[in-house]
Ligand binder design. Sequence first.
Ligand code: C5P
Length: 277
Amino acid sequence: MPAVPCPAKLNRFLAVLGRRADGFHELELVTTVLEDVPDLMDRLEGEPAAELSLTITGPMSAGLAAGETNLVIKAWRLLEEAAGRSLPAALRLEKRIPHGAGLGGGSSDAAAALKLGNTLFRLGLEDSVLLGLAMRLGSDVPLFLLGGTVLGLGRGERVFPLRPVPLEPILLVHAHLHVSTPSVYRALQDVGYPFPEPLVSQQPGMAPPWRNDLTGAALWVCPPLAEVRDALRDTGGEPLLCGSGGCWAARYASDQARDVAAERISSHPGGWRLWRL
Ligand code: C5P
């Protein structure tokens, strides 16, 4: 059965440049698509069938709806619109990326659905058409069509390939905290940070800083995030919130320092989930 991998993403740089009239925020992002982390990757497979269906399995499938609200089905409906016909298929999604964690799992699944449907039904839709559909699905969907290291502008949906930025030794921690993205963006007003000037896209070749401007707002919405950040700091890591939360990615000076930290964090009574990147 044809299958498409759905990797997670890591925003190593996320600047919020301002609030727009349409309610979205103007962003500048540098995102790495984590193409080499098998235990942090969803997988979408499918074959033509009498009608469209979606089955969700895997360690992170609990509580996920498989109906019209699922981004895979929404992506499929957009493909049908573009193709001008129905595309009945039996789809199976294996979930390993936690949802609501800032790792882009749902967006990656949606991008995979666009690719899978295009191949499975030989639609021959050009990359530019798929990118247009991806933008309609969500700000983070287009970057997964590009892969690699990506500069995101606008609300994040205008994507440009960047030369790869090598990742430092990183420990990714999911403390089972789920944060709602819209509430974090709303909280930006409560936190009241001044908006900074654009940075990365103005200085070609500059290594993007380890920075996420949504951190203060996410801590405002979900105070328990601070416990995870502090635990990572205590191990000598430099924690960075993933997207709007709730995962943290901590970078370390060496693989050894990261591995020692992983040992310590894995004994936390909260049963936190860890990945080494
Ligand atoms: O585009 P997406 O569906 O992922 O956005 C989810 C929500 O996050 C939006 O409804 C909006 O509240 C907020 N958002 C924003 N500015 C962005 C991206 C998302 O305000 N650039």
